[in-house]
Design a binder for this molecule. Structure first.
Ligand code: DAT
Ligand code: MG
Length: 150
């Protein structure tokens, strides 16, 4: 089953949006497989955002991401990488539709509350990086499963 890495950034945690974001993924029918409140090192954050190293906003991005605790999560289910990105909204919150997390809760690209893996390969890389001890996916309660999935 497909997995994605979703992270609530320091502004999302500080603003009390952890429950709201988890709620949306649960409601949609995705399964939570791992969750941890962490204080990532700059080294881990630089590795996470390695593709953006040349950008002018890179140093500011790392500062912001290291400014407080983040909530890292692994969510599991059908097409969760693509649908998870849709649920987050566009990178720039101003371009995000209402009904998406960014579209409902923020206006600044540099304070956009949440991260979601952009491909299945990125998800595998990010999950291994943020949950190095591995992630176990529990089997679903079968009667609940029948209500949500075909
Ligand atoms: P996303 O988080 O939607 O995958 P990304 O991977 O291109 O977007 O960039 C990672 C983060 O970097 C993004 O969530 C916010 C920040 N960022 C991107 N573009 C930016 C910009 N032009 N100015 C400031 N921060 C930016
Ligand atoms: Mg990205």
């Amino acid at each position: 089953m497909e997995q994605t890495y979703i992270m609530i950034k320091p502004d999302g945690v500080a603003r009390g949006l952890v429950g709201e974001i988890i709620k949306r993924f649960e409601q949609r029918g995705y399964q939570l497989a791992a969750l941890e409140l962490m204080n990532p090192t700059k080294q881990l954050l630089e590795e996470h955002y390695q593709d953006l190293k040349g950008k002018g906003f890179f140093a500011g991005l790392i500062e912001y991401m290291a400014s407080g605790p983040v909530v890292g999560m692994v969510w599991v289910g059908k097409d969760v990488v693509k649908v998870g990105r849709k649920m987050l909204g566009e990178t720039n919150p101003l371009a995000s539709a209402a009904g998406t997390i960014r579209g409902d809760f923020c206006i600044e690209v540099g304070r956009n509350i949440c991260h979601g893996s952009d491909s299945v390969e990125s998800a595998q890389r990010e999950i291994a990086m943020w949950f190095p001890r591995g992630v176990k996916v529990a089997s679903r309660n079968t009667s609940l499963h029948a209500l949500i999935y075909e």
